[in-house]
Design a protein around this ligand. Structure first.
Ligand SMILES: Cc1cc2nc3c(=O)[nH]c(=O)nc-3n(C[C@H](O)[C@H](O)[C@H](O)COP(=O)(O)O)c2cc1C
Length: 176
């Protein structure tokens, strides 16, 4: 499959997302779309070098209209996965805002009927996560962020709890 994989500026589930990317790499054609915050955060967690091994579209190198998002209108990808997806990017997608690389790609994907899979960091009321220095802490997810996920699900967006579920979720597209 031709997979577009978005990485937003989240520390939570970042390492696990990269592990799945590395696992899928030999079986699929993958291009990573990396938000500006995603680039910064991946560097903070010392994971950026693993992303550089993939074809990479960086928000930091894009113009204001995100020309690379046009690939979703032109049927260049079979699916768009954002993992990890920050609450910021999820909120923008839900509300139809397309002013960042990932929200613009998601907007174009949805408008061109490219299936969208999200693995949000804020997917349940309490999330335990790790800071770049290794300290564990809790996030108390806001109701509005959970409501965005419910609304996106109603729109047909596939919401997963963990990147480890991505491989199974892709199976449904392999047989259609
Ligand atoms: C070290 C670090 C880790 C972060 N982890 C998360 C996270 O897990 N979830 C989240 O929603 N935001 C997280 N953020 C905040 C986002 O990076 C910030 O909201 C950013 O504007 C998101 O931009 P993007 O959605 O375009 O990638 C983190 C920020 C830092 C500095």
């Amino acid at each position: 499959m031709r997979i577009a994989w978005g990485i937003s500026g989240a520390g939570h589930l970042l390492k696990e997302s990269i592990e799945i990317l590395e696992k899928l790499k030999d079986k699929h054609e993958i291009k990573i779309f990396l938000s500006r915050a995603g680039e910064e955060v991946a560097k903070m967690y010392k994971l950026f070098d693993r992303l550089e091994k993939f074809p990479l579209v960086k928000e930091s190198k894009q113009g204001f209209s995100f020309p690379s998002c046009g690939a979703f209108n032109l049927e260049r990808f079979d699916v768009f996965i954002i993992s990890p997806a920050t609450s910021n990017t999820v909120a923008k997608i839900r509300l139809g805002i397309a002013d960042s690389l990932l929200s613009c790609c998601a907007s174009q994907a949805l408008k061109s009927r490219v299936p969208l899979i999200l693995v949000p960091t804020d997917s349940k009321p309490v999330v335990e996560t790790k800071a770049p220095n290794g300290q564990i802490f809790k996030i108390y997810v806001r109701k509005v962020d959970l409501e965005h996920l419910r609304a996106l699900k109603r729109e047909g967006v596939i919401i997963l709890e963990h990147p480890y579920e991505v491989e199974k979720a892709l199976e449904r597209f392999l047989w259609t």
